[in-house]
Design a protein around this ligand. Structure first.
Ligand code: NIG
Ligand code: FE
Length: 416
């Protein structure tokens, strides 16, 4: 079969393995790296990959050949944990943070997430849409082609629904594909202060069924954290969500370890997010239960902590991990997944191959899109990130600089 387009002569093409499950432990250290590689595209999908001159049977009279000498290609990067849609911003809390006031204290005093909730409730659809569209543009600029996006700054039905509808519309309009997560259990809204159970009941009995009925989200997530939701509360929500057919994620062991990891293992959530303060037993449990550890080192960086998730230990104990931005207005105001990848290297001592596997094939599993994206296997979407870098090591060595050269989404150059 002839290709529509063949991108040729890359210095390196990074090809993750896809064994039919997320890469775990030592598997994360392996990949095929094609030197002088090419990627052939047909109907927006990967047709073939190879080295040197493209195989003759791929090249027809209409096939477009483009040379990318000096560049590196990876599958389109996937940011599998973001709080994309919100009103306002929180630079006013920065001075407090610098003065040493903790993230949970700012929240307990009605700031933090609750400050963004006030701004998001005030923002209309169009304001949220334009603001999030711009964030997605930044992400695309940094080589990202798929983004998971959570609600959770409404904490009332009207605003949660508006956030999820913005995600839905952005998925239609923006080159980046979105995967939607319902996270009304992100904080206790001030009108329910001291009455967690009543707010949980509202989520479980009213919001969750409406999200399902209107098909507004695939995943359900909860912030299991001291002063927010207990593991028992998380169990009641996630069990119900699972029964209703939602796929599950959980923010666990971010600041305090209060049982979220055990729950993730018990319920078999797709992923457990953050894990900055996970224990050795916690790692064993997630590893056995095959829960993906979704690590967010830019959050540790931005919180000015030194509690980077113990990624090396996780790999030693056979866990599968991903890396993502956690892009949000409080604990991690960034849209730069490349910086996150570099922190994975500098602060977690992960290797370039492990990190690239984390943000491609494993991130695809984490958003349940593994049959469509995350690697260059024929038939998957031709989502390709091209870097102005001579080899994959350079992506980590030359840091804090956007190295994106071009981005292809479903075979079309959407950023170049
Ligand atoms: O993942 N941990 C909870 N949620 C976000 C922070 C949201 C915010 O501060 O606005 C996080 O870190
Ligand atoms: Fe988060």
């Amino acid at each position: 079969m002839f290709a529509d387009k063949i991108l040729t002569h890359f210095n390196q093409v990074f090809c993750p393995n896809d064994p039919g499950h997320p890469l775990a432990g030592k598997e994360m250290a392996a990949a095929t790296i094609l030197e002088d590689g090419y990627i052939a595209i047909k109907d927006g999908k990967i047709l073939a990959t190879g080295t040197g001159e493209p195989q003759a049977d791929l090249v027809g009279p209409e096939t477009i050949l483009l040379s990318y000498q000096g560049k590196v290609a990876t599958p389109g990067l996937i940011d599998c944990h973001t709080h994309l849609v919100y009103g306002g911003s929180r630079e006013h809390e920065f001075a407090q943070k610098l003065a040493g006031v903790s993230y949970l204290d700012i929240l307990a005093n009605g700031g933090g997430i609750l400050s963004t909730v006030r701004a998001t409730r005030k923002a209309d659809f169009d304001t949220l849409y334009q603001k999030s569209y711009r964030l997605l543009d930044y992400m695309l600029d940094h080589g990202v082609t798929t983004v998971e996006a959570k609600s959770g700054y409404g904490l009332d039905w009207e605003t949660e629904k508006r956030q999820l509808e913005v995600v839905q519309k952005l998925h239609e309009d923006h080159p980046i594909d979105l995967v939607s997560t319902f996270m009304a259990a992100h904080a206790i809204p001030s009108e329910y202060k001291g009455n967690n159970q009543a707010y949980l009941d509202l989520i479980i009995e009213s919001m969750l069924p409406q999200v399902k009925e209107e098909n507004l989200a695939e995943f359900c997530d909860i912030f299991c954290e001291q002063g927010v939701f207990t593991a028992e509360e998380a169990r009641s929500l996630l069990t119900k969500a699972k029964d209703m057919g939602f796929k599950l994620r959980i923010h666990a062991d971010e600041i305090k370890s209060i049982g979220g990891v055990d729950l993730a293992a018990e319920l078999g959530t797709v992923s457990a997010e953050h894990l900055m303060v996970i224990t050795d037993q916690g790692i064993d449990k997630l590893s056995q239960a095959k829960v993906i550890g979704n690590l967010l080192p830019a959050t540790t960086f931005s919180l000015m902590e030194d509690t980077y998730a113990p990624a090396r230990k996780m790999l030693d104990k056979g866990m599968a991990i991903t890396l993502s931005t956690d892009s949000n207005p409080g604990s991690c105001p960034t849209a730069n997944l490349q910086f996150v990848m570099q922190l994975g290297s500098f602060m977690m001592r992960l290797t370039p191959v492990e990190i690239l596997n984390a943000v491609t094939i494993n991130a695809a599993y984490s958003v349940d899109r593994q049959t469509h994206i995350g690697s260059f296997h024929p038939g998957k979407a031709a989502d390709i990130t091209i870097f102005d870098a001579p080899n994959i090591d350079f992506l980590f060595y030359f840091f804090a600089t956007n190295l994106t050269d071009q981005v292809y989404k479903k075979g079309l150059c959407v950023r170049g």
